[in-house]
Design a protein around this ligand. Structure first.
Ligand code: PLP
Length: 402
């Protein structure tokens, strides 16, 4: 009997989302295993020399080398495509490998990029340090200001780049408006969707051309592996991303691909549960501290736009204390349950002080421009009971004089 698989596109596209998350992309070997296999192999062998030749010519769909194709990696890519509603996907060794590949595969010297300023620290480095070294000019603007996008695009603008919600400022960017502005000059909109995940927000539905991920975050969701993904049209992925990736080799290991693949089965459950927990904690903090930014609460200045784009507020929020770094560090040090960690999207609740960790390298000027103050903290909510989290936060706030 032919083993059932989840790779026949016509069938899997007709499945409902929960079925796609569990079965989409599954390829079974001749053993009929229920759980997807880990193909830890770098190479493949051929029955005949002519088969090898046919594969390299592209006349035979089989695999040749794991920098080019791997079954476990392919299963993850197909499942991500279904979840994002994208035509094609390639995964990379980390979120930053994904961001770098997404930019370098389509940019050349003389091109121009417009980027929102509020970005993950390393993404900002790509814009301010890496791209200019290769002759790509980058204009950095306040992503919340739609007029600034319109005023900054030019004839040679190839990419408009943003995060929404942004790390760690929780800025929300109007994806539809920016997509229209980008398309008017023939540029593409790339959205780094790490914070919302495809469960809460699907940027392609708002006009984005390319979606990028740090799959290290909610997709793995249990703090185990680094991974990244780039999704878009078949044309973009096959003609631009794939030649870059196959020849430069930022590939994800099959083992790490398997970890993320299995995690996708529960992504919806985790994101929705952690988002509910986050809302409960945010409601407490909103009353208790000077300023809280959580897209799911009406106190967020862009709450309405956030709720047009996202189906819930997400798992992450930013806290602003009045007492600067001293008070922020004292608060972190007073936590007994919540871990001090610069990671996000874990089953454990984690808190960090961006100015001295994730955004230290951005420098004082960059932080000021982005609105990252010395009293700011970023909180990523996990799967614990939110009442225990509130107890811990309440105790630590009191102890640090908030
Ligand atoms: C973490 C993160 C990245 C980088 O991902 P890695 O997996 O750590 O390389 C990029 N963008 C955003 C928004 C992130 O949160």
């Amino acid at each position: 009997m032919k083993p059932k698989t989840g790779t026949d596109r016509d069938t899997t596209r007709s499945w409902r989302p929960a079925t796609q998350r569990v079965r989409g992309g599954t390829m079974r070997s001749e053993f009929g295993e229920t759980s997807e296999a880990i193909f830890l192999t770098s190479g493949y062998s051929y029955d005949e020399a002519e088969t090898a030749a046919a594969r390299f010519r592209g006349d035979d769909p089989g695999m040749t080398y794991s920098r080019l194709q791997n079954p476990t990696v392919a299963m993850l890519e197909e499942r991500l495509c279904l979840m994002e509603g994208a035509e094609a996907c390639r995964v990379q060794a980390s979120g930053m490998a994904a961001m770098t590949a997404a930019l370098q595969c389509q940019l050349s010297a003389g091109d121009h990029v417009v980027s929102a300023g509020a970005l993950f620290g390393s993404c900002r480095w790509l814009m301010t340090d890496l791209l200019p070294r290769f002759g790509v000019e980058v204009t950095i603007i306040d992503g919340r200001d739609t007029d600034a996008w319109a005023a900054s695009v030019r004839e040679n603008t190839k990419v408009c780049w943003l995060e929404t919600p942004a790390n760690p400022t929780m800025d929300i960017v109007d994806m539809r408006a920016v997509a229209d502005i980008a398309h008017d000059v023939g540029a593409r909109l790339v959205v780094d969707n790490a914070f919302a995940t495809p469960i809460l927000q699907r940027p392609l539905e708002f006009g984005a051309d390319i979606v990028t991920y740090s799959a290290t975050k909610m997709m793995d969701g249990q703090g185990r592996v680094l991974a990244g993904a780039v999704l878009g049209s078949e044309e973009f992925v096959n003609d631009e991303l794939l030649p870059f990736q196959r020849n430069t080799g930022p590939n994800l290991s099959p083992f790490n691909a398997w970890v993320v693949l299995k995690s996708l089965e529960t992504l919806d459950l985790r994101v929705r549960y952690q988002s509910e927990n986050a809302k409960t904690v945010a409601a407490f903090l909103d009353e208790r501290i000077p300023t809280l930014l959580y897209p799911g609460l009406s106190s967020h200045p862009q709450h309405d736009l956030a709720m047009q784009q996202m189906s819930a507020g997400g798992t992450i929020m930013s806290l602003f204390l009045d007492g600067g770094r001293e008070q922020a560090h004292a608060f972190l040090n007073a936590l007994e349950l919540i871990d001090i960690s610069n990671n996000i999207g874990d089953s454990r609740t984690l808190m960090t002080h961006p100015a001295s960790t994730t955004h230290y390298g951005v420098g004082e000027e960059g932080r000021a421009e982005m609105g990252i103050t010395e009293g700011m903290l970023r909180l990523s909510i996990g799967l614990e009971d939110p009442l225990d989290l509130i107890d811990d936060l309440d105790r630590a706030l009191a102890k640090s004089g908030v």
